[in-house]
Design a protein around this ligand. Sequence first.
Ligand code: HEC
Length: 131
Amino acid sequence: MEIRSNRCSGRLRLVFAAVLTAAMFVTCAANAAGDAARGETLYQGCQDCHSIEKNDVGPMHKGVVGRTAGTVPGYNYSAALRNAKIVWTEANLDKWLTNPQGFIPGTKMFYQVNNPQDRADIIAFLKERAR
Ligand code: HEC
């Protein structure tokens, strides 16, 4: 009897571990996609220079995901960004926020976001709210 119940709890433990693993996987997938609500809070750091709706120290962010870099009318871009000829895909935004100067040498943006999760969340926010 005892042996049997041990086996049973062993199996239960295995099932539990599998469920946990699956839960972790789901959580990671959600994280990779980015959390727009968290991104909204992090975006406050960008607002020293940016807003969604109008040009400021930096260009407005409306429509930025999918937009060609350096193309907001009325904003005075650096030559580097104006001539970059890239599209702001999520992957490019991630590289940009990691190190703008490294990604597009000569740009006048000097703000970087070191944490990958923070970058993903900010990008999720831009994608959802800056359309
Ligand atoms: C200290 C000011 C400052 C901060 C803070 C800042 N930026 Fe910028 N950003 C700029 C400037 C200036 C430019 C224009 C760069 C150029 O012309 O080379 C720019 C350009 C950009 C561009 C290119 C847009 C386009 O139209 O091509 C993106 C995207 C961007 N910033 C995103 C962000 C995000 C997201 C944050 C916050 C995580 C942020 N920036 C924080 C100053 C800033």
